[in-house]
Design a binder for this molecule. Structure first.
Ligand SMILES: [Zn+2]
Length: 142
């Protein structure tokens, strides 16, 4: 039985049954970052949804993006119940505005103390292996 204060060793992992995100996780496993793209009007969107937020149609696929962006905002995490992340404390959880798609992605920033971050700071995505066969995108200064 799990409790809210129980420590867990592994970070939360992608749900392989979540079909909405399957294409995203497949891309991440290849070392690529993608956003959802409408096949009808070509609008990019993130996070993925069942329908296009621009035209309403549901002909949705994936667009590869460069994996670079700028820091829109962040919050500093000082405490976690997830054992995997304890060595990284304190770290920033950021909203990153992508350079080549008008969307913002949330993610952890590593390689820099949160006190050293600044709005509009250039970031690049890197891929962190967190469990056998599981890679997560994280952000670093560039
Ligand atoms: Zn559309």
């Amino acid at each position: 039985m799990s409790t809210a204060t129980e420590l867990t060793t592994a970070p939360p992992l992608p749900d392989p049954a979540d079909q909405m995100l399957a294409g995203y996780w497949e891309a991440v496993a290849r070392g690529e970052l993608v956003v959802q793209e409408c096949g009808s009007c070509a609008a990019p969107q993130w996070p993925p949804r069942a329908g296009c937020g621009t035209c309403g149609l549901s002909d949705l696929g994936w667009r590869r993006v460069a994996g670079t962006g700028t820091l829109f905002t962040w919050t500093t995490v000082h405490h976690t119940t997830i054992e995997y992340y304890k060595p990284a404390l304190p770290f920033a959880l950021a909203a990153v505005e992508l350079d080549d798609a008008p969307v913002r992605m949330l993610g952890r920033v590593r390689g820099v103390h949160p006190d050293q971050l600044s709005i509009d700071q250039p970031l690049t995505v890197v891929y962190e292996s967190v469990a056998p066969g599981v890679t997560l995108p994280v952000w670093e200064p560039r």
